[in-house]
Design a protein around this ligand. Structure first.
Ligand SMILES: Cc1cc2nc3c(=O)[nH]c(=O)nc-3n(C[C@H](O)[C@H](O)[C@H](O)COP(=O)(O)OP(=O)(O)OC[C@H]3O[C@@H](n4cnc5c(N)ncnc54)[C@H](O)[C@@H]3O)c2cc1C
Length: 385
């Protein structure tokens, strides 16, 4: 697929490729084994212009087209999806503050996030509310001059180390989703505690943890989006997030295919490279076809967003397909490498864990089917359930 890029766009993609090669690829396996969350990567990313990819130019960002952001994410995640997802959550939090925040405190926060000094996170999911995000019970109580937030959030990317939290909280339970607003919370302030990081099958560089809020004071000016705009913005944002997650799946699948091809071209069995066996060639040819299809769906969704279309269904198709073929295809790539494919010293084992995590992030595979089904059923006046 050919993408017309201007010089600045080409330079941004090149910067992402160089950044992945220098700051991510050499360390990603070590981060995983040591369960290390590399906070310093955010500052290095800022220097490379990778903290404000979607942020408007007049606020110091790159204001990149979605099709360009997708290419940036493919490059970064080909080295490690976990840290790429963390960086992207940070980008999105900064973008939300730039677009919806107001006043000097928001400006100060945004400047320190653009420089990578402060790190952002989104807190929507709760221990008892995941797919059904409108059912959150974390609440914001109106008090003189501000709000008091109480409740618990779960599965927060960058949760172990974020400084700036975008917290979704219910202001009026009787209003359902219409009562949900978005608040900017200082993670190091009063009333906020972090729960220990999750022990997962992989992806520890993402720093996933929960957060508890107990009577956490938030001034009026820190309401980022009042109800019902807070929840609407979260849902709009999640559509784009799904397309970006699809791009990251393309990155790890492409990287795994390259690793498998290089390995199989040199590994000998029965007196010849294993890549010369047709059975193995066809196995990898199928992976290549799936990768092409996943990339086309992802770029199709990105192009639709760039043209101002509501591309919720396109993004759901892309995320569902790309995460599915990443999980299957990376497994095939590891198979083509023999037992060596299972070693952590080769990236596909790490990428396989990330592909599984991608089935949950920004809405599960089943929720993508719900979005797609809604589109299919709409002409019949029926709702998907
Ligand atoms: C790596 C990672 C990063 C994440 N980052 C963040 C973050 O930064 N911020 C944040 O707020 N959250 C984050 N999440 C949470 C993520 O958004 C949730 O895990 C996701 O929304 C699913 O919620 P759940 O895990 O509670 O599953 P549940 O809602 O408990 O679902 C359980 C099962 O039921 C299925 N199901 C639910 N409803 C339906 C339905 N209507 N039809 C059919 N099947 C259904 C689900 O698909 C799933 O298979 C992250 C998760 C992961 C794994």
């Amino acid at each position: 697929m050919h993408l017309e890029l201007n010089a600045e766009e080409g330079a941004l993609i090149d910067a992402a490729r160089a950044f992945a090669a220098e700051h991510i690829a050499p360390h990603a396996a070590e981060w995983e084994l040591a369960r290390h969350v590399p906070r310093d990567v955010f500052q290095a990313a800022a220097e490379a212009g990778l903290t404000g990819v979607l942020v408007p130019r007049h606020h110091g960002g790159k204001e990149a087209r979605h099709v360009v952001a997708v290419r940036v994410l493919e490059e970064l995640s080909s080295a490690c999806l976990a840290i790429t997802f963390g960086l992207w959550v940070h980008n999105n939090a900064l973008n939300a503050i730039e677009r919806h925040g107001s006043g000097a405190p928001a400006e100060r926060l945004a400047a320190s996030m653009l420089s990578g000094q402060r790190i952002g996170a989104f807190c929507l999911t709760e221990p008892d509310a995941g797919s059904d995000a409108a059912a959150i019970t974390t609440h914001a109580l109106k008090v003189d001059g501000g709000w008091r937030i109480s409740g618990e959030k779960a599965w927060v990317s960058n949760g172990t180390h974020a400084d700036v939290l975008v917290v979704y909280a219910q202001t009026d339970a009787s209003a359902g989703w219409r009562g949900i607003g978005a608040f900017l919370v200082d993670a190091t302030g009063d009333g906020v505690t972090r729960t220990p990081p999750y022990e997962m099958l992989g992806g520890h560089a993402l720093g996933l943890s929960g957060l508890r809020f107990e009577d956490c004071p938030v001034p009026d000016e820190s309401m980022l989006l009042g109800p019902p705009e807070g929840f609407k913005a979260a849902m709009d944002g999640i559509d784009k997030a799904r397309m970006f997650a699809a791009a990251m799946c393309c990155g790890i699948l492409g990287a795994s295919l390259s690793t498998a091809l290089s390995h199989a071209a040199t590994r000998q069995a029965f007196g010849k490279p294993v890549l010369s066996f047709q059975g193995l060639q066809w196995q990898l040819a199928d992976v290549a076809t799936d990768l092409e299809a996943a990339r086309l769906l992802t770029f199709g969704a990105a192009d639709a967003f760039d043209r101002g279309e509501t591309a919720a269904v396109a993004a759901a198709h892309a995320k569902k397909f790309a995460s599915r073929v990443a999980l299957d295809g990376i497994s095939q790539c590891m198979q083509a490498m023999g037992a060596a494919g299972s070693l952590m010293e080769h990236p596909p084992a790490r990428h396989l864990a990330a592909a599984k995590l991608a089935h949950y992030m920004d809405g599960t595979t089943e929720i993508q089917n719900l979005v797609i089904s809604r589109g299919l059923l709409k002409p019949f006046g029926l709702d998907a359930g």
